[in-house]
Design a binder for this molecule. Structure first.
Ligand SMILES: Cc1cc2nc3c(=O)[nH]c(=O)nc-3n(C[C@H](O)[C@H](O)[C@H](O)COP(=O)(O)O)c2cc1C
Length: 183
């Protein structure tokens, strides 16, 4: 078993992490991989519900998927249960692969050890700049309060999403506009 068997490659892998507090929590998190042939990774966890849940001993399940709408909703809210195709383990509808990690907090990082992984679907998709721009806009949106200058970057992402995105990217764009107030 290796991280790369489930799509986690060297570098930073943007995934949806599901943890549990009083209810299921979903958040986009970057899983940092230095050796894709191993079962070890890490994630920098800023103060958030995800971090709090890990502190309290929650499971840490990564869903690898490429739906921009799921990334957009999870950035600002938690997905309701009807977005899931399974709750144990938590799997969001359309997820390509799922990885369950043991997570231990060490300073600002969670040290991650892969316990179990499963590929659920394989899908061929060419690179879409609109999808990448959705991810960029979302990251900037989460940092907007500490750096208001990111508004310019978000607007640049909008142009790319409008030009290159498909329906799901455009739906994600609507959510970003509503939730940031940047139109
Ligand atoms: C693509 C993407 C990657 C992100 N990566 C991280 C990360 O690695 N660590 C982190 O603490 N927050 C990251 N964030 C921000 C969290 O997802 C965001 O703060 C979220 O609202 C936290 O939700 P929670 O409080 O429900 O855990 C990322 C956001 C996006 C859009």
């Amino acid at each position: 078993m290796r991280l790369k068997d489930f799509g986690l490659r060297n570098g930073i892998n943007e995934v949806i992490v599901i943890t549990k507090g009083e209810k299921l929590n979903t958040a986009p998190i970057g899983i940092i991989v230095e050796n894709e042939d191993s079962i070890f990774a890490k994630a920098r966890l800023y103060p958030s519900h995800t971090r709090e849940n890990v502190e309290k001993g929650s499971f840490f399940v990564a869903n690898i998927l490429n739906d921009p709408v799921i990334f957009a909703i999870s950035t600002f809210d938690d997905l309701e249960e009807d977005y899931f195709e399974s709750l144990e383990p938590p799997i969001i509808k359309g997820t390509l692969s799922v990885c369950e990690f043991e997570a231990k907090l060490i300073g600002p990082y969670a040290s991650l050890k892969l316990l179990k992984g499963k590929v659920l679907r394989t899908e061929i998709r060419a690179v879409n700049r609109g999808f990448n721009a959705v991810i960029e806009a979302l990251i900037s949106a989460t940092r907007l309060k500490i750096n208001p200058e990111l508004e310019k970057r978000i607007r640049e992402c909008y142009e790319i999403i409008e030009k290159c995105g498909g329906e799901r990217e455009k739906e994600a764009l609507k959510i970003i506009k509503e939730r940031t107030g940047i139109h």
